[in-house]
Design a protein around this ligand. Structure first.
Ligand SMILES: *Cc1c(COP(=O)(O)O)cnc(C)c1O
Length: 435
């Protein structure tokens, strides 16, 4: 190890020599190893320069995007990319914007939009990069230089700086506050519309995804809002397609009870719904706008639509998910629904065999949560493995890093969010910790 770190005169090694030496243990590109070597030499005394360079290279490798095992029990973990997805593709070209029937230029939105519209019971649908973009585009396309009425109780901030007043302002519309923080009734909206005449272009209803207000609260249901004289558009956030969950043989899980769904919000009279593709829909990062064809079309024609359009990987992934929902094979084909519907009995059996094989840990009952602001407060019964001590750092250092949870100086592995095929990696990790 000392071969390059100190020469006989006690001088630090050359950057190049150190980088070449690092290449023996690290498969990173030369340019990155040179950077590690340079930083180690700059930062360090002569004696441990090589050790420091090694550590920098190891740390860099750890930060590269890669698969991890989500053992947190948070099904849609924003730090872990929300919904896990599997993408099948090749390095062939695709017909992304080729109309296969005419051979002429087509739209990437047509087929996927049709499938999504069918799923939601909408006339039409388009896809943008995320739900924040969907709301931005809807307000920009339908309310530019005009007013958007939003209940004071729904003028919210949702994770990662998505703030309704700011998004509205960026869209070129003016926000009109309606009602009060805890109660907003139909007559409050009516009053605002009467007072401002034709200025109000839209009513925007926002699902307060990541928090719950309780006590003396009242909001106006979509069915009542739909009687207003202006279109009502709804940011439902989480992207539950249909609250009867036909892909689960109609057995909607109880933890979804308070989530608004696209199909029901539209049938209650919303002109448009906007939602994330990577929450309860279980897909890639994307935002979906579905509803009245004339309004969807106005969004699609707006110049911002070009800037917010997703790439072919996103469209391909959404297409296979939409087909899985329509075929009702979601529980075998969509990772999110697989996680969400695994029985507690199966989880317990897996926990027991992990413990038997590794020789450490105990079975524990846990509560998973949907995550990403979906169904706040709701929990899903789960089972995991618990061991004494905080092992998070070590677990993150594994070849396939394992992200677990620590509480009261114990490390918990919630099996609901772990693929069954990855159980052997938990066994290895547990053996490693105990050994
Ligand atoms: C999550 C969420 C958003 C933001 O969606 P992104 O897809 O992360 O941009 C906006 N509104 C609501 C109600 C949400 O739940």
């Amino acid at each position: 190890m000392n071969r390059v770190s100190v020469d006989t005169a006690g001088r630090p090694p050359s950057v190049d020599a150190l980088a070449r030496e690092l290449a023996i243990r690290h498969s990173l590109p030369h340019a990155i190893l040179v950077d590690c070597a340079r930083r180690a030499i700059a930062e360090n005394s002569v004696s441990n320069v090589q050790q420091q360079a090694d550590q920098l290279a190891t740390e860099f490798s750890q930060t590269l995007l890669r698969d991890v095992i989500n053992a947190t029990g948070v099904l849609l973990h924003t730090n872990l990319g929300r919904a896990p997805i599997e993408i099948h593709t090749s390095d062939r070209a695709s017909n992304l914007e080729l109309n296969m029937l005419t051979g002429e230029r087509g739209s990437r939105q047509d087929t996927v939009g049709k499938l999504l519209a069918l799923l939601c019971g909408a006339e039409s649908a388009i896809v943008v990069n995320n739900n924040a973009a969907a709301v931005l585009l809807v307000v920009a396309a339908l309310a530019n230089s005009r007013d958007v009425a939003v209940s004071r109780g729904e003028s919210v901030e949702i994770g990662g700086n998505f703030r309704i007043p700011e998004v509205t302002e960026q869209s070129g519309a003016r926000l009109v506050d309606v009602g009060t923080t805890n109660r907003t009734r139909l007559r409050d909206y009516k009053k605002a519309i009467e007072k401002r005449g034709n200025d109000i272009a839209l009513v925007l209803k926002v699902h307060p995804s990541n928090y719950r207000v309780s006590g003396f609260v009242e909001d106006t249901p979509m069915r009542e809002l739909a009687t207003l004289s202006v279109p009502v558009v709804a940011d439902i956030g989480s992207g539950l397609i249909d609250n009867t969950c036909p892909w689960l043989d109609g057995r909607a899980p109880s933890w979804l009870a308070n989530e608004p769904a696209a199909r029901q919000t539209l049938s209650d009279g919303a002109a448009l719904v906007m939602f994330s593709g990577d929450k309860l829909f279980g897909g890639p990062q994307s935002g979906i706008i579905a509803g009245r064809a004339d309004l969807v079309d106005a969004c699609a024609q707006h110049p911002l639509a070009r800037a917010l359009r997703p790439g072919s990987l996103t469209m391909l992934s959404l297409q296979s998910l939409a087909l899985a929902y329509l075929r009702r094979t979601a529980t075998s084909e969509i990772a999110f629904w697989k996680m969400a519907t695994t029985s507690v009995f199966d989880l317990k059996t897996r926990a027991e065999s992990i413990i038997t094989e590794s020789g450490v840990g105990e079975v524990c009952e846990l509560e998973s949560i949907p995550g990403a602001g979906s169904a706040p407060g709701a929990t899903i019964a789960s089972v995991g493995v618990v061991i004494a001590g905080d092992h998070l750092k070590k677990l993150r250092g594994h070849q396939v890093p394992i992200i677990a949870r620590v509480k009261d100086a114990k490390t918990y592995f919630d099996l609901r969010t772990v693929r069954k095929q990855d159980d052997h990696l938990l066994v290895d990790a547990l053996r490693d910790i105990s050994g």
